[in-house]
Design a protein around this ligand. Structure first.
Ligand code: MN
Ligand code: MN
Length: 417
């Protein structure tokens, strides 16, 4: 009589034996360098290693992450999660607009930047407020009127449109209001991963927590002048659409251009422009007020790739705006992890970790790279390797110097060049 358990063990042992032999034959081959080898290619001859789960799963979600479900054979696990999304972030909705955020509280890797995606209806107001961090923002749809005052007391009122940026230094007060016909949508980046949209200092709460006689003394009016103030915060509320920009500026005693806080990023001249796409930069060199945030607006055409590079001076916070892509990040260890991204997603790359981004869709891929620094900096792998004695590189990589001389020089940003 055959012992079924014994028989199962023998079958399992023989499968394991065949797999082990296959594995050792493939170990440390080109495109699959690690021991023990990782990646689906190692199980190609072993049907017992199923490629897809048959247990509980959400295919709508799983299908968005093909690179997680079947990573490239060059990947090695071990990086902290560097994907997050506004798509599944809690939306705080009030009359006049909404906001949702991705902060360090739910995206642990993101220590330098927190992000907020906000909508304001036409006339919808994000209440007058300030906070401990600087606020950088890009308008992604519609129009908005913004007000602020700088540290020398110079006020500004501006209208921002799709593709424009604004920057409010830490602690300076401001407001936002959606304009017609359909309000606006934008993404804020605070220069601290712990900043939350829900812990800003609000005008309504401040006034409500000052005794009436102090308000009277401060503003030189009778105490009952404030008897109708709101007793709880407004945060976002539906207001009346403002009049013309010129009229608002005149009424607010603003000298236009005295304290510029906006920049037309999408209309700016690209720093890089190749057959593969463009990179437009906004940092303190061309947008002087933006002392703590540098940004790159990247467009990668179908089939193109944001070249292999890293940033020596800051972590990179990404906002994925259009199209589909995947990013691979390399760190010491070695570790190499690939992840897929869709519009509304957020990515994060630690300072000096090598990375590249492929357009995996059929249309343009557009995303933002945001850095908590005054200056955009990057190291291009091809630019570095083409500014070394070719023989030195040849001895490292075991490829002829003549091949290395064909690499693109100058850091194209996007390939193909
Ligand atoms: Mn703010
Ligand atoms: Mn980068």
């Amino acid at each position: 009589m055959v012992n079924p358990k014994r028989r199962d063990f023998l079958v399992a042992a023989s499968v394991f034996g065949a797999t082990a032999a296959t594995v050792s034959a493939r170990a440390q081959t080109y495109g699959n360098p690690d021991l023990p080898p990782e990646g689906a290619i190692n199980a190609a001859n072993n049907p017992a290693t199923r490629r897809t789960p048959i247990g509980p799963q959400n295919t709508a979600l799983a299908d968005q992450f093909p690179s997680a479900g079947s990573p490239p054979a060059t990947d090695v696990d071990g990086l902290p999660m560097f994907w997050a999304s506004f798509n599944n972030a809690h939306k705080r909705i009030q009359n006049g607009g909404w906001a949702r955020q991705v902060t360090k509280a739910d995206f642990a890797i993101s220590t330098t930047i927190s992000g907020v995606n906000m909508h304001l209806s036409a006339g919808g107001i994000r209440e007058l407020h300030w906070h401990l961090t600087a606020e950088w923002s890009i308008m992604t749809r519609g129009r908005c009127r913004i007000t602020t005052m700088d540290a020398e007391g110079r006020a500004s009122v501006d209208d921002v449109e799709e593709g424009d940026l604004w920057y409010f230094p830490a602690g300076l007060p401001h407001s936002l209001q959606g304009l017609g016909p359909d309000g606006c949508e934008f993404v804020l980046a605070f220069d601290d991963g712990a900043q939350s949209e829900n812990n800003t200092l609000l005008l309504s709460e401040f006034i409500a927590h000052i005794p009436p006689e102090i308000l009277a003394k401060n503003f030189n009016v009778p105490p009952d002048a404030f008897k109708t103030i709101p007793l709880s915060s407004k945060w976002i509320f539906q207001g009346q659409e403002p009049g013309t920009l010129a009229a608002d500026r005149a009424a607010a005693h603003v000298v236009p251009g005295a304290a510029p806080v906006i920049f037309h990023l999408s209309r700016s001249k690209p720093r890089h422009s190749t057959a593969g796409g463009t990179i437009q930069i906004a940092d303190s060199e061309n947008f002087p007020i933006s002392k703590t945030v540098a940004a790159a607006l990247v467009t990668v055409k179908p089939g193109g790739m944001r070249e292999i590079h890293w940033h020596p001076n800051a972590d990179e916070w990404q906002y994925w705006m259009k199209g589909k892509g995947r990013m691979t990040i390399f760190d010491n260890g070695p570790k190499a992890v690939t992840m897929d991204f869709n519009p509304g997603d957020v990515g994060y790359v630690k300072k000096s970790q090598g990375h590249y981004i492929e357009n995996t869709g059929t249309g343009d891929l557009v995303f933002l790279e945001i850095f908590r620094t005054d200056r955009y900096e990057e190291v291009s792998l091809s630019n570095w390797l083409t500014h070394l004695p070719p023989d030195l590189v040849a001895q490292h990589l075991n490829i002829p110097a003549s091949t290395i001389k064909r690499f693109p020089r100058g850091g194209p940003g996007i390939v193909p060049i």
